[in-house]
Design a protein around this ligand. Structure first.
Ligand code: DQA
Length: 190
C-alpha cells in the first residue's frame, strides 16, 4: 500500500509563508508525521514537493505501472476474415484476456494520492490530466479554506475528479486524508 503525498508550489515554505493563513507547521513536519503514521498503518508514504508543474506530472508518471492491454491474436480459420470481427472476437476471448492479466504477486501496490496542488489548483490542466491518465484515486487537500478567500481560488481543476476535498483544516487535512485511505483499504481487503 502506497500513498503519494504531493505538494505544489510555495509549500516548501510552509511554516514561514503567510503563517496567519497557513500556520506554523513546516512541510518537513507534515511529511515526517505522515510517514510515521503511515508506517503504523502499514502504508508507505512517498513525499514529493515541487514548484514546477511538469515535475509533478513526471512524478505521477514515474509511479504509474500500466497493466498490459490484451494483445489481439492472429485470426484462425474458424474466425471471419473481416478485420473488425477478428478484433472483436480476439479481444473478448477469455483465454487471451486471462493470459495478460498480471499474476497477483506481480500486481502493482495499491496506490492513492494526497495532493495539495497549491496555486496549480486554479490553473493546471496538465496535472489534472496526469492524475486521470494514471487513474490514481486522489484526495485534494487545501490548508486554508479557499472558499473564504478570493473568488478565483474557489475554482479547482481537480475537485470534480477527487474522491474527496479537504479545505480549511490546516495541516491536519493531510492526516485526515491518510486515515481515510487506510480505513478504505482495510474495508476493501476485509
Ligand atoms: C492552498 C490554497 C491555494 O489557493 C494557494 O495558491 C496555495 C495553498 C492551500 O493549501 O490552502 O498555495 O492550496
Amino acid at each position: 500500500r502506497k500513498i503519494l503525498l504531493i505538494n505544489g508550489p510555495n509549500l516548501n515554505l510552509l511554516g514561514t509563508r503567510e503563517p496567519h493563513i497557513y500556520g506554523s507547521t513546516t512541510l518537513l513536519q507534515v511529511v515526517e508525521q505522515t510517514i510515521h503514521r503511515g508506517k503504523e498503518l502499514g502504508i508507505t508514504v512517498v513525499p514529493f514537493q515541487s514548484n514546477h508543474e511538469g515535475a509533478i506530472v513526471d512524478f505521477l508518471h514515474s509511479h504509474f505501472v500500466p497493466v498490459p492491454a490484451p494483445v489481439p491474436v492472429p485470426a484462425t480459420s474458424a474466425m471471419s476474415a473481416s478485420t473488425t470481427t477478428t478484433a472483436k472476437t480476439t479481444t473478448s476471448d477469455p483465454a487471451t484476456t486471462a493470459r495478460f492479466k498480471p499474476e497477483p504477486a506481480l500486481s502493482p501496490p495499491k496506490t492513492a494520492v494526497i495532493i495539495n496542488p497549491a496555486a496549480y489548483t486554479h490553473t493546471s490542466v496538465a496535472i489534472r490530466d496526469a492524475l486521470l491518465a494514471t487513474s490514481f484515486p486522489f484526495i485534494e487537500v487545501h490548508i486554508s479554506n479557499v472558499h473564504a478567500r478570493e473568488a478565483w481560488r474557489h475554482h479547482s481543476y481537480f475537485s470534480d475528479k477527487a474522491v474527496a476535498v479537504i479545505v480549511g483544516l490546516g495541516t491536519f487535512g493531510y492526516q485526515a486524508a491518510l486515515e481515510f485511505w487506510a480505513q478504505k483499504w482495510e474495508e476493501e481487503d476485509a
